[in-house]
Design a binder for this molecule. Structure first.
Ligand SMILES: NC(=O)c1ccc[n+]([C@@H]2O[C@H](COP(=O)([O-])OP(=O)(O)OC[C@H]3O[C@@H](n4cnc5c(N)ncnc54)[C@H](OP(=O)(O)O)[C@@H]3O)[C@@H](O)[C@H]2O)c1
Length: 494
């Protein structure tokens, strides 16, 4: 019998971020592999004029729940959405819901956060720092709390290039940020953005660091652990091989390469991209909860908050050059029907090359838009290209640089699992075979992001071949023009 499964028997869970990428996968795994879970309460906000009931219906219809619904159609009834918001006092919960949670909950998973790299600092402070504080305050009132697992990000500490599994101090102090939020309006806070960012590359990482700092200072006696994944990629096996959604920044970026919209990857060939599959993150979170809830060391000897870094650079690095080669290989097997041009990608940090590519491509996008207008369609290419360029600029810092995220605690926890749990809750990143993993990612992005089913492949292959011929023909024409110009120049000079 699985120890982890046993731990969750009869447990009532409270989760933030249920509707997100990681939160949905975490709930799916809990329902599928820890069937003794009693109930999962999730705080969910009203969004895009959808009520909580409508959001619940929409969420339940996700393809990732198909497998568990096949076995038991009622299984999702264990998931209860309660109306709230991370950015509000007491999480925006009404008194009745607040009482139910404080009386019944045993395990808290604080997964929810604003994950957009670009968002303004006041929104990020509110959702990521204030929201974490409100979740901690609720947890402190829970009568029978056994575990509190906070999902941070390895890049919450990206102002260091070697990141240990420890709670670092942020000199700006997470508690002070709560005071700033009370004192100043959004406009003033956004003006203070450079100070709050300090040495972080974007507001998202800065606020995740401040949230960790807040936990370090205020968690007190809570049984708490922090899981820090790096970049979460599509699932390797569960809930479905390759499952992902279109909102993940890196998935979007690599899709732009796949459709031939982007041709520059701003990196050095030896740089390793630290990625970790979704199912490995879910499994580590559940194993951490089990260790936290069942280990006596947390209750007595040490009050230190356990941190679990999770990534691949430490034991199984994926150099970007290799990643790109594999992406290219599988793109030729699984091309998209939305390809705009032949896929080719240059790995370079040369700023001139990047600008040249932009200047060269923009007029082509403009011409494509003109063609669209003439055909009576609405223009989209310039906008799409600018979006891609913007996304690339946001991700550049993380593609260009390498970090070493130490994963000793995660490794130790892996060794602690028995064989049964190792099978059900695999998070051993050292055994990931990148070749087949990248195949799964490409296949998953095609299916779940581009929404292209396998029967569309033959047509996509024809399109790929035509674009490839066009590409090499264009290169040939440019080369000829270049040679003619050089010859003319030489003739003039001699
Ligand atoms: N994705 C990655 O590569 C990655 C890597 C490392 C760490 N992480 C961490 O993993 C966690 C989950 O990330 P994800 O990729 O699953 O992000 P995601 O898909 O954007 O999901 C974020 C979740 O947080 C919820 N949320 C945000 N603001 C809220 C608010 N004010 N009130 C209530 N709910 C709110 C969202 O709800 P709505 O549906 O209402 O928007 C959504 O359920 C985050 O803490 C993130 O920092 C992610």
């Amino acid at each position: 019998m699985s120890e982890i499964k046993k731990f969750f028997d009869g447990k009532t869970i409270f989760l933030t971020g249920a509707t997100g990428y990681l939160g949905s996968a975490l709930i799916e795994k809990l329902l599928r592999c820890c069937s003794g879970v009693k109930i999962i309460y999730c705080v969910v906000r009203v969004k895009q004029s959808l009520s909580i009931e409508q959001r619940y219906e929409e969420w339940c219809s996700s393809v990732i729940f198909d497998k568990i619904k096949e076995n038991n159609n009622d299984v999702l009834k264990k998931v209860v959405f309660v109306k709230g918001d991370l950015g509000e006092n007491r999480l925006g919960l009404n008194d009745e819901d607040f009482d139910v949670l404080t009386n019944e909950v045993n395990c808290v998973f604080h997964v929810g956060a604003e994950v957009k790299f670009v968002d303004v600092i006041d929104r990020l402070l509110l959702n990521n720092v204030f929201g974490t504080n409100e979740t901690l305050l609720l947890a402190k009132q829970v009568k029978n709390l056994q575990t509190f697992v906070y999902v941070s990000s390895a890049f919450a500490q990206c102002n260091k290039y070697t990141v240990e599994e420890t709670m670092y101090e942020n000199e700006l102090n997470g508690e002070n940020m709560l005071m700033l939020l009370k004192m100043f309006d959004g406009k003033r806070l956004n003006e203070m953005s450079p100070i709050i960012l300090n040495d972080f590359p974007n507001p998202y990482t800065a606020t995740k660091s401040l949230a960790e700092d807040l936990i370090r200072r205020t968690a007190g006696d809570l049984p708490i652990a922090v899981v820090r994944p790096t970049i979460i990629t599509p699932a390797l096996e569960e809930p479905l091989p390759g499952w992902t959604n279109q909102y993940q920044t890196y998935v979007k970026l690599f899709t732009f390469y796949a459709i031939g919209l982007s041709h520059i990857m701003p990196t050095r060939p030896g740089t390793a991209l630290d990625v970790i599959p979704l199912d490995y993150v879910v499994n580590l979170i559940l194993a951490t909860t089990w260790e936290l809830g069942s280990s006596h060391c947390f209750k007595n000897a040490t009050k230190a908050i356990k941190v679990y870094n999770q990534g691949t650079t430490h034991h199984n690095p994926l150099p970007l050059k290799k990643f790109e080669t594999l992406l290219d290989r599988y793109d030729s097997m699984l091309p998209s029907n939305r390809k705009m041009w032949h896929r080719f990608v240059l790995l370079t940090t040369n700023g001139i090359m990047k600008q040249l590519m932009f200047v060269f491509h923009l007029p082509i996008m403009f011409l494509l838009d003109v063609a669209n207008i003439l055909l009576g369609k609405s223009p989209k290419y310039v906008k799409l290209y600018q979006k891609m360029h913007f996304l690339l600029s946001l991700s550049e810092h993380f593609i260009e640089n390498s970090w070493l995220f130490k994963t000793n605690n995660t490794k130790r926890l892996w060794e602690k699992l028995d064989e049964v749990d190792k099978k059900i809750f695999n998070f051993d990143e050292s055994t990931i075979d990148w070749d087949s993993a990248v195949y799964t990612f490409v296949n998953g992005s095609r299916l779940y992001v581009l929404k292209e089913t396998p029967d569309t492949l033959p047509k996509a292959q024809v399109r790929r071949h035509i674009l490839k011929v066009l590409h090499y023909f264009t290169v040939f024409v440019y080369l000829c023009i270049f040679l003619v110009l050089v010859t003319l120049l030489l003739k003039c000079l001699l």
